[in-house]
Design a protein around this ligand. Structure first.
Ligand SMILES: Cc1ncc(COP(=O)(O)O)c(C=O)c1O
Length: 366
């Protein structure tokens, strides 16, 4: 088909989501399969959030509150930041897109780690700007190397903390030193999608940087620890002047009313959040122990997923795991051809993973 579209749109590699369970079962004729591929909350959504969303359904004939007054007020109190510094998104994905649109024109540059979350690359390219990739160093963000890549074309630096897919963190001290080296007009986007899972007290929490005079934005989501991935709700915290620009490019009703109601209730369900976090910790320990017994190497994480060095072609291991009814992620397309990424699931799911993994790797699963 003839279409006049810019070359930069053709340069976008489409995002490949984790395989849905239904698709796997159709293709492989297996049942009872498990998905440990998209870093979701295995416990499901908070029951309080589900109840709030059911109530909100009665009002689905109305448009949502465009700026999400109640949820924004709740977040403002929860995070101790001014309401004007909060922007809601249809997932934090959407906020990545809105920020790229306000900062990037064709020919500008945005720096990101390699690997990192694939949406940064996609959103940057869709503005006609150029992604600049800085390799991770032993799975950690190399802040010095990133600072070294800043040019007069740099408009945004994306930092992911903890990093997807490695689960490593950026420390408070390293970030402070880094920011001192970065020109004051370059936007620094701290994507903290997994921050709730972090245990290391040295880990950076970017919220404190959003009140200053620099364009620093923190992105968070209800998709991971809060268990609301399907309803799509995330938020950004940034200086009000920057938030105002994001509102200019925002669709008027981007955060839907069910999502707003669910998120509002999820924040109050502190018991659910703490049960989710302790389950993830216990299950990571369970998975680590099982993998250690097989004599296979893995990398401990600060998030709810971790990398395993399968010492073989990761795509082949991924395929073989599918045939066993277990969906993980091959890291080959992320530049780690020997690694797979696994999300901590429920105990039964993790048992199934260990059994399948032992079979595929030709190991004993005691
Ligand atoms: C690092 C990172 N940022 C953002 C997102 C997107 O989250 P959301 O569901 O809020 O769009 C994800 C989801 O996988 C992620 O891994």
């Amino acid at each position: 088909m003839k279409m006049k579209i810019p070359d930069y749109i053709r340069s976008i590699r489409p995002y490949k989501p984790g395989k849905p369970i239904e698709e796997l079962e159709r293709e492989y004729g297996v049942s009872g399969s498990v998905k440990l591929a998209s870093n979701e909350n295995p416990m499901g959504p908070s029951p309080a959030a589900v109840a709030a969303m059911k109530d909100a359904m009665e009002k689905l004939h109305r448009y949502p509150d465009g700026r999400g007054y109640e949820l924004v007020q709740k977040l403002s109190a929860h995070l101790d930041v001014p309401a004007e510094s909060i922007v809601l998104g249809n997932g934090s994905d959407e906020i990545i897109g809105m920020i790229t649109r306000i900062f990037l024109a064709p020919g500008d540059e945005a720096i990101m780690t390699d690997p990192s979350f694939l949406m940064y690359d996609i959103m940057v390219r869709s503005c006609g700007a150029d992604p600049v990739f800085v390799p991770l160093k032993s799975l950690f963000v190399d802040l010095d190397a990133i600072a070294g890549q800043v040019t007069d074309k740099t408009r945004i630096i994306f930092l992911n903390n903890p990093v997807n897919p490695t689960g490593t963190i950026i420390t408070k001290r390293d970030f402070k030193a880094f920011l001192d080296k970065i020109p004051e007009d370059v936007a620094v986007v701290l994507d903290e999608a997994y921050i709730e899972f972090v245990k290391d007290p040295e880990c950076l929490d970017g919220i404190g940087y959003t009140a200053g005079s620099r364009p620093v934005a923190v992105l968070r989501t209800f998709s991971k620890a809060y268990g609301l991935a399907g309803i799509r709700i995330g938020y950004g915290v940034m200086p009000p002047e920057m938030a105002e620009l994001v509102h200019r490019v925002r669709q008027p009703f981007n955060a839907n009313s069910l999502a707003q109601a669910g998120a509002l209730a999820a924040i109050d369900d502190v018991g659910f959040l703490s049960r989710s976090l302790s389950l993830v910790q216990d299950e990571l320990d369970f998975l680590y122990a099982g993998i250690e017994r097989m004599g296979v190497n893995y990398f401990p994480t600060e998030a709810n997923f971790f990398l395993i060095d399968v010492a073989a072609d990761a795509d082949e291991i991924f395929e073989a795991m599918l045939a066993e009814g277990v969906i993980v992620r091959s890291m080959a397309s992320y530049g780690y051809p020997r690694y797979i990424r696994v999300t901590a699931g429920l105990r039964s799911e993790n048992e199934r993973f260990l059994k399948a993994f032992a079979t595929v790797m030709g190991k004993e699963n005691e």
